[in-house]
Design a protein around this ligand. Structure first.
Ligand code: SAM
Length: 272
């Protein structure tokens, strides 16, 4: 079972002995209705159409590249790149099963192996939150996009994560701890500035709030309530505080009141 610690090591999935759990995690998140809606919105915003050429950077298990390939059709070209061999292998199997023509390569967003101006549009979904150097990767995405083409990135902003806990002080402390475990917890709100600073035109951000009332799913996705236990292990919460918070969450779920919200920001700009 993936733990809170493992789930944040997305920049080096293959180094984890639990790499398969990352695959399962993505499949679980991708299957959610809200995720699907957001992904389809992104295909529209990037202007995907029949005959187009598109790059999905940090493609994970390939679902988005496969969807884009269905839109681009046989006259188009869709490429998925991910630095994880486990992800690329999974993506290739999915594309074969779906009977869709997608090129998948293992590669790094920091040094894309494509010529300048190769694609009509590039996207990176929930990748920038994990990158050590976002400017380098964005510059690469812009380089391989043709002039007039679109570059789109979408990320959550963990500063915009809200949970209705009974004890506000304790809930704030736990959320702050969880947020700081992500490499770029403010990626969502920072994406707008990042694209503007990179010189893209017509930069627009589309924010969205996703609410979850399903405590069991929140637990399966590895974030509730094990954060409290990790904090206890690290000595930043007492055993009593951790027990109180977990009991509060369970009480709230049993009563049907569990309520958690995450903000995400999809930002798109045009290459001059
Ligand atoms: C949270 S997953 C998102 C996957 C997919 N975009 C989605 O929305 O389902 C982040 C993905 O980015 C990949 N990744 C992380 N850092 C990368 C880098 N520097 N270059 C290429 N891929 C990277 C990871 O291996 C992982 O598959």
């Amino acid at each position: 079972m993936m733990t809170q610690t493992d789930i944040y090591h997305w920049s080096e999935v293959d180094k984890s002995p639990l790499a398969e759990d990352f695959v399962n995690y993505l499949d679980m998140v991708t299957a959610l209705k809200g995720t699907q809606e957001r992904k389809h919105e992104s295909y529209q915003v990037m202007g995907a159409k029949e005959g187009g050429s598109y790059l999905d950077l940090g493609c994970g298990t390939g679902d988005d590249a496969i969807e884009l390939a269905k839109i681009a059709g046989p006259s188009g070209r869709v490429v998925g790149v991910d630095n994880s061999a486990v992800m690329i292998s999974e993506a290739q199997q999915k594309a074969q099963k779906a009977g869709v023509d997608v090129e998948f390569y293992q590669g790094s967003g920091e040094a894309l192996e494509f010529a300048d101006n190769s694609f009509d549009a590039c996207r990176a979904d929930r990748v920038f939150q994990h990158l050590p150097d976002r400017k380098v990767v964005l510059a690469e995405m812009i380089r391989v996009t043709r002039s007039g083409g679109r570059v789109l990135i979408n990320d959550p902003d963990y500063g915009g994560r809200m949970v209705d806990g009974y004890n506000r002080e304790l809930t704030d402390k736990i959320l702050t701890f969880m947020n700081n475990r992500v490499r770029n917890p403010w990626a969502g709100r920072q994406n707008y500035r990042l694209l503007k600073e990179a010189g893209l035109l017509e930069v627009a951000s589309s924010p969205r709030l996703s609410a979850s009332t399903n405590f069991e799913r929140a637990k399966r996705l590895g974030r509730f309530p094990d954060a409290a236990r990790i904090m206890q292990e690290q000595g930043v919460l007492t055993e009593e505080e951790a027990n109180t918070w977990i009991a509060d969450m369970e009480r709230s779920a049993e009563a049907g009141y569990f309520f958690c919200v995450v903000a995400s920001f999809m930002v798109c700009g045009v290459k001059p």
